[in-house]
Write a protein that binds this ligand. Structure first.
Ligand code: ZN
Length: 273
């Protein structure tokens, strides 16, 4: 795996709307089509949020199930669901879809500003989420929006709630949270336990710098409409696959092979490895 690049595609998120990005996949059917296209373009993991028919975010287990079932029918991509949910959801709502047994799930490692809003992740919530993921054999991606979140993950590790190999997701440049720079990213990386893996998630304008930073620092890449809607300045992306294709091209130019879903299953010890 040393010279393979894992690309995650965050298909939709909770915030982006079709009004902002007409190509945004929203329904389970659209999510499955977008997941297959992203997988074909080089994504080995898709990060999944669910939406109601009107496009608003939902944690409805039935909607998640419909999307996961359709994705699994189309391709073998690793499915990671959100437990960050959306602003205003209760922890109980956010964790419920983990019972469906996706391959992976995000586990937010601290409370964070989210523009004018905020998402609450106290230690008790983090413990509850980690326990629930262990119960269902779901491997967490430890999403950190701040350096203190990486440090908080050590508490769960000490308590035996997280098992190696740890996979961190550094969410950089959320408005009112930590910005992306070589210094901030380096400090995040320094706080990880030895032997951990990490994916850089550059939000908005940090999209391409995030890809470059991941390649330079030996991490993995995340792209997709959740994180960014512009392919270039003033030009909306036509699809999630378009973002993935560029990320794969950049990784290949850096002499990295693109990891397959099977590579990810083996590396992270997922079911079916
Ligand atoms: Zn997400």
């Amino acid at each position: 795996m040393a010279n393979k690049m894992i690309i995650t595609c965050a298909l939709t998120g909770a915030e982006t709307t079709k009004a902002q990005a007409p190509a945004l996949p929203v329904s389970p059917e659209e999510l499955a089509v977008s997941a297959e296209e992203a997988c074909r373009a080089g994504a080995s993991i898709v990060h999944l949020h669910a939406r109601n028919a009107d496009g608003t975010p939902t944690a409805d287990v039935k909607v998640f199930k419909a999307a996961i079932d359709l994705i699994r029918k189309k391709c073998d991509v690793v499915v990671e669901i959100t437990t960050g949910g959306a602003v205003g959801m209760t922890p109980e709502e956010r964790i419920a879809p983990v019972a469906l047994g996706p391959d992976m799930a995000s586990l937010d490692c601290g409370t964070v500003n989210f523009g004018n809003d905020y998402i609450i992740n106290t230690l008790p919530i983090m413990r509850q989420f980690a326990s629930e993921m262990n119960l269902h054999g779901v491997r967490p991606t430890l999403e950190c929006f701040d350096v203190s979140h990486v440090q908080s993950s050590h508490i769960l590790i000490k308590e035996g709630l997280l098992k190696p190999p740890y996979h961190y997701g550094f969410v950089m440049n959320v408005p009112a949270a930590l910005s992306l720079s070589v210094k901030t990213l380096s400090y995040m990386i320094d706080q990880m336990p030895p032997g951990s893996y990490f994916t850089v998630m550059g939000i908005g304008r940090a999209h391409i710098p995030g890809i470059c930073a991941a390649i330079a620092a030996g991490g993995f890449i995340r792209v997709g409409f959740e994180d960014n809607i512009y392919y270039a300045k003033g030009r909306l992306a036509r699809s999630n696959a378009e973002f993935v294709e560029r990320a794969a091209r950049m990784a290949r130019e850096a002499q990295l092979e693109i990891a397959s879903p099977g590579d990810v299953r083996k590396l992270f010890g997922l079911r079916g490895a």
